[in-house]
Design a binder for this molecule. Structure first.
Ligand code: AMP
Ligand code: ZN
Length: 112
């Protein structure tokens, strides 16, 4: 997707503060963090959002879910963290390339 911000970050044409990369995934710090630690876990493959995922994406989604706690601990979030997936404009999604927000640290996160 030539006009997708996160595809450009995956390709390296837009810089990011990368904390993890493998063949399928990349993780980088959010440019506008809402907590002392706030990073995004992003598949290299362009998928617009969670509502666009099908059964063919189950291994990728599982890999993302299983990686999130490992990266969170590596980033110092030993007491826990929050994951968030905004989906669609009604869900507050602004970048239409699926990503998991992982954040925490500092003050207690409000209960939802
Ligand atoms: P969402 O609202 O779930 O689509 O989240 C998009 C997130 O991407 C926001 O938290 C932004 O702060 C973040 N973001 C936008 N541009 C960049 C960038 N160039 N590098 C890192 N994070 C970004
Ligand atoms: Zn993309």
């Amino acid at each position: 997707m030539s006009d997708c911000l996160f595809c450009k970050i995956v390709a390296g044409t837009i810089p990011s503060k990368k904390l993890y990369e493998d063949d399928d995934l990349i993780a980088f710090h959010d440019i506008h963090p809402i907590a002392p630690v706030h990073f995004l876990l992003v598949p290299k493959m362009h998928v617009a959002g969670l509502a666009d995922c099908g059964v063919e994406h189950k291994d990728l989604l599982a890999k993302m879910l299983l990686l999130a706690p490992k990266l969170a601990v590596e980033q110092g979030l030993v007491a826990g963290f929050r994951t968030m997936i905004n989906t669609g404009s009604g869900g507050g999604q602004e970048v239409f390339h699926i990503h998991f927000h992982v954040f925490g640290g500092g003050a207690t996160i409000p209960k939802i």
